[in-house]
Design a binder for this molecule. Structure first.
Ligand code: EPZ
Length: 418
């Protein structure tokens, strides 16, 4: 298994361009199942999770080709409806195929994603909503078996704001008979990006980006061209890196309006943050102020930046209380940060981070996508030796060419292929 080796202590300086958003690319690719014909998708990131969903979709009969950097997708010959466990177990977002398959094909057999390192991550709200829309569903041998001759519009209230749940039902409702109203819908930018693509296909959707989304089903959709929005979590990861290494980093090609919660926290921690169009310049403070953070659904502080921000707070001047309210077990990176000399105490869903003058290099192990990013960031500031981050296949799920991008900012970082 590959590992990443970092020699810490160097301030990062320069420009870095973010890739397309993983969490927009996955639902947008799934939406291509809703109609035949050629879709043209631009800015699809080269990530492990994207390769996984392409592999699953290929098994369903979907055809892909590259054209001048765009990914062309055609599901004319959609001829199967099963997403197998061996692929789904590596990426729970495969559940996003359920809604489109039911809407287009009337059948779906999707392996239940199962838990992952950060929590049980059930999909009960996805299933409950599809049953309310007229789907028959039963669980067998770890698979969801679903059938729907004709999905009907329904009024759906999500107990918890669910990102992929909102996306799944938006896609199913686009071809349902009648009107679907999603209440307590998630408001993440990736949902708005999917709605933009579905409207491009002829869907009748309004309210995306608010907590009430109304979808009026249409008889058929048409293929479209769509450009994936920039990855706000990748952008935020590089902004935090610039601040914590006391460097001067400009993240370009991003959407600053998607990063307001993070920018506010970076400024409170003493960083200078300047927004110019699609560029955000972050200059690190000499002394890092410790800042409290609570993760919340968008537009609150994103749970997907919690681990990275915790690494930042490890070298703060005081104490930082970090509360994780979205997932029940998203502190796995703490044990690895402790091995690098951090002082962190967990009680329930909160971690108290007492800042230390610096972190120490060490061999550490990635356990999930964003935890691996936080360990790379910690390695960038660990002085006096090499930090080795093992099992970085987790990192490759959600970051395109991370080590190249950090090297371009002056980091001493390389990948060692096992
Ligand atoms: C999406 O996951 C993202 N993944 C996650 O990013 C992100 O952390 C999460 O939203 C929260 O923002 C993709 O978009 C592919 P949820 P998702 O449904 O949709 C509970 C990353 O690092 N819940 O919004 O699976 C759930 O357990 C990944 O890029 C139910 O109880 O998250 C969680 O506690 C990690 N029942 C909360 O809701 C359900 O049916 C929010 O989960 C669905 C969710």
């Amino acid at each position: 298994m590959d590992k990443i080796i970092i020699e810490g202590g160097k301030p990062l300086n320069g420009n870095v361009t973010v890739s397309g958003a993983k969490n927009a690319a996955l639902p947008v690719l799934a939406a291509c199942l809703l109609t035949g014909g050629w879709h043209r998708l631009e800015n699809i990131p080269k990530l492990r999770d994207v390769r996984t969903i392409l592999r699953i979709m290929a098994q369903l009969g979907v055809v892909f080709r590259e054209e001048e950097g765009a990914v062309m997708v055609n599901s004319d010959d959609l001829n199967a409806y099963e997403a197998p466990y061996d692929l789904v177990k590596t990426m729970r977002a495969s559940i996003l195929l359920l809604g489109p398959l039911l809407a287009r094909y009337g059948r779906a057999k999707i392996s239940l994603p199962g838990g992952c390192a950060i929590g049980a991550r059930p999909v009960d709200m996805h299933l409950k909503a599809l049953v309310a829309m007229g789907a028959d569903m039963y669980l067998e041998e770890g698979y969801v078996n679903a059938r729907a001759d004709c999905l009907k519009g329904a009024e759906i209230f999500f107990d918890i704001q669910t990102v992929t749940g909102t996306e799944n039902i938006m896609m199913a409702a686009a071809l349902a008979k009648g009107k679907t109203v999603l209440k307590n819908a998630a408001k993440e930018p990736e949902i708005q990006d999917l709605a933009r693509m579905l409207r491009g296909m002829g869907a009748d959707i309004e309210g995306d980006g608010t907590d009430t989304i109304v979808i009026r089903g249409v008889d058929r959709l048409a293929p479209t061209a769509h450009t994936i929005l920039p990855d706000r979590i990748e952008a935020g990861t590089f902004m935090i890196a610039g601040a914590m290494t006391r460097g001067d980093v400009t993240v370009q090609g991003c959407r600053p309006e998607h990063l307001e919660a993070l920018m506010e926290k970076l400024q409170t921690a003493g960083a200078r943050v300047q927004v110019e169009g699609d560029r955000v310049r972050v200059r690190g403070p000499d002394a890092i102020e410790s800042v409290d953070v609570t993760t919340l659904p968008f537009p609150g502080f994103p749970t997907d930046l919690q681990a990275q921000f915790m690494a930042f707070m490890c070298t703060g001047k005081g104490s930082s209380v970090i509360r994780e309210t979205i997932f029940e077990n998203r502190f796995i990176h703490v044990s690895e940060l402790l091995r690098m000399g951090a002082d962190i105490e967990i009680s329930g869903n909160q971690a108290v981070v007492k800042g230390r003058p610096h972190l120490l290099p060490a061999p550490v192990m990635a356990t999930d996508l964003r935890a691996s990013a936080s360990l790379v960031l910690a390695g960038l500031v660990a002085e006096g030796g090499m930090t080795e981050v093992h099992r970085i296949y987790h990192l490759d799920r959600g970051y395109e060419a991370m080590e190249e991008k950090f090297r371009g900012l002056g980091a001493s970082i390389r990948r060692e292929r096992a």
